[in-house]
Design a protein around this ligand. Structure first.
Ligand code: K1U
Ligand code: ZN
Length: 166
């Protein structure tokens, strides 16, 4: 397995719209394994393929403390949403920034698992937030785009400065 580089905001590649996956191959399963290792090492609770510069509709999530409950979503599609919740979100592509975002409280998502079998899942709370955050990545949207222009620009300049001085 390998640790992959995670793109950092404001990298323009984070705004690429991901393409649907036609079939599950061994290469795709190796990418899933590499993404999982990358997410666990970061550490994070979710990762979209976009963040590792792979512009295909794949995201992973693991909310467990034991890091052994990996959930794989291929070609995820939200088919229902309900309610509203605020959550202070983080993002591995926007390191050190935590901001409150308002999203749906419950979502129903259809996707394929790592074996290419389709499933439907109803999620609420943090899982629902995480699914919405990662699907945004696949659509080329970073969570800071929910913030005011002023906050976004401050974050952009802070991260660019950090990059220059690294
Ligand atoms: O998409 C990403 O960059 C991953 C992101 C997922 C996420 C977290 C919180 C709300 C919405 C989406 C992260 O994992 S940020 C890191 C984080 O939240 C965390 C890290 C270690 C332990 C617990 C949480
Ligand atoms: Zn993110």
């Amino acid at each position: 397995m390998a640790i992959l580089d995670i793109l950092s905001y404001p990298d323009p590649r984070l705004h690429t719209v991901a393409k649907p996956i036609k079939e599950v191959s061994g290469a795709l399963q190796r990418l899933i394994d590499d993404m999982a290792e990358t997410m666990y090492v970061a550490p994070g609770i979710g990762l979209a393929a976009t963040q590792v510069d792979q512009h295909i509709q794949l995201l992973i999530i693991d909310l467990s403390e034991t890091k052994d409950q990996l959930q794989v979503f291929i070609n995820p599609k939200i088919i229902a949403r309900d309610g509203v919740q605020d959550y202070e979100e983080g993002c591995l592509s926007v390191p050190g920034v935590y901001e409150t975002v308002t999203r749906a409280e419950r979502v129903t998502v259809e996707a394929w698992n790592r074996d290419g079998q389709s499933f439907t899942l109803e999620a609420h709370g943090l899982l629902s937030v995480c699914i919405q955050h990662e699907i945004d990545h696949l659509q080329g949207k970073v969570f800071v785009e929910y913030l005011s222009l002023l906050k976004r620009n401050r974050i952009k300049h802070k991260l660019l400065k950090q990059k220059r001085t690294r």
